[in-house]
Design a protein around this ligand. Structure first.
Ligand code: OXD
Length: 312
């Protein structure tokens, strides 16, 4: 009997090296580039991948299951992906990373880290500049999946007040109150910090628009760790230039890498990080994949299946 083939698509060989199948019941192939993946696509039953080239889906006639290595699944759910392919995600991995990112950058704001570093460069003793506290500040988390809730727990541990916005508006114990997306402005109005975490779907594209940004206080900061296109970047640029917002911490952009001529680079109230807030590591994703691989080989239901219609 031919063994099913798992194609591991990533430049880091550790992802393939950590694949474990019961009694070696799969063939593991590895590709790091589209041209390496192309000749392997036709014999692939299972794809374990980050940003697999969508034009190769058409060649993967045997493909049954795609395990996504990253937090977002938008790239995986391209229209070219055949309808029968099950897509699974890796919950639990990214929340702790992103919680540290969010709390860290909120602290960067309140602890005035940039000001003290700049003063140090100039050998100035700026004891008239005092830090602020995160305690009592309001964090609005837009998107309350496992990552949003991990961020909420970290923020609450520091005494922040956490409010949420989600598609359903269903209460969660990590947030004092949750609104539906339709009431985004009501939630944003109360924020000292807003973190955008919604997956990119046709419904969320451009959701944080000029009106939503206008609802925010001029002292508030926006953090986007979801997808650039969930925020209307042109409207954000206007708001930042006009100082209608205190600033933005941006880890994701509609175009990545952010082009060198992009105006965001020049704004002193913008922090740019290169899409690193929730890194994937082979060691953290492998147990999730290997558990699902054992299930798949045993004909048992997979865990963490993406709702392809909903887009997450
Ligand atoms: C993502 C990731 O999906 O970085 O953006 O994992």
């Amino acid at each position: 009997m031919t063994r099913p083939t798992v194609l591991v698509y990533h430049a880091d060989p550790a992802y393939a090296a950590l694949v474990r199948a019961p009694r070696g019941r799969v063939v593991v192939r590895r590709a790091a580039t589209p041209s390496e993946a192309e000749p392997l696509a036709a014999e692939t039953d299972v794809l374990y991948a980050w940003q697999f080239p969508r034009h190769l889906y058409a060649k993967a006639a045997r493909l049954r299951w795609l395990q996504v290595m990253g937090a977002g699944v938008d790239w995986a759910l391209a229209p070219e992906l055949p309808p029968g392919v099950v897509v699974t995600r890796a919950p639990g991995v990214f929340g702790p990373w992103m919680a540290e990112y969010v709390v860290g950058w909120c602290s960067w704001v309140t602890q005035r880290m940039a000001a003290y570093r700049e003063a140090q460069r100039q050998r100035r003793w700026i004891d008239h500049v005092l830090p602020d506290r995160l305690r009592g500040k309001t964090l609005v988390i837009v998107g309350l999946g496992d990552i949003g809730r991990a961020i909420a727990r970290a923020a609450r541990a520091l005494g922040m007040r956490v409010l949420g916005v989600s598609r359903t508006g269903r209460p969660v114990r990590e947030a004092e109150r949750v609104w539906r997306v339709g009431a985004l402005g009501t939630a944003l109005r109360q924020a000292d910090f807003v973190v955008v975490l919604l997956p990119l779907t046709p419904d969320t594209r451009g959701l944080v628009d000029a009106a939503a940004l206008a609802a925010m206080k001029p002292t508030a900061w926006l953090l986007n760790v979801a997808r650039g296109a969930v925020v209307d970047e042109a409207a954000l640029l206007d708001a930042l230039r006009a100082r209608r917002l205190a600033g933005a911490i941006l880890d994701v952009f509609a175009t990545e890498p952010l082009p060198p001529h992009h105006p965001f680079w020049q704004l002193d109230n913008v922090v740019i990080t290169p899409h690193i807030s929730g890194p994937s590591t082979p060691e953290e994703i492998a147990p999730i994949f290997n558990d699902n691989l054992a299930r798949w080989l045993a004909g048992r239901p997979l865990r963490h299946v993406v709702d392809r219609k909903a887009g997450y």
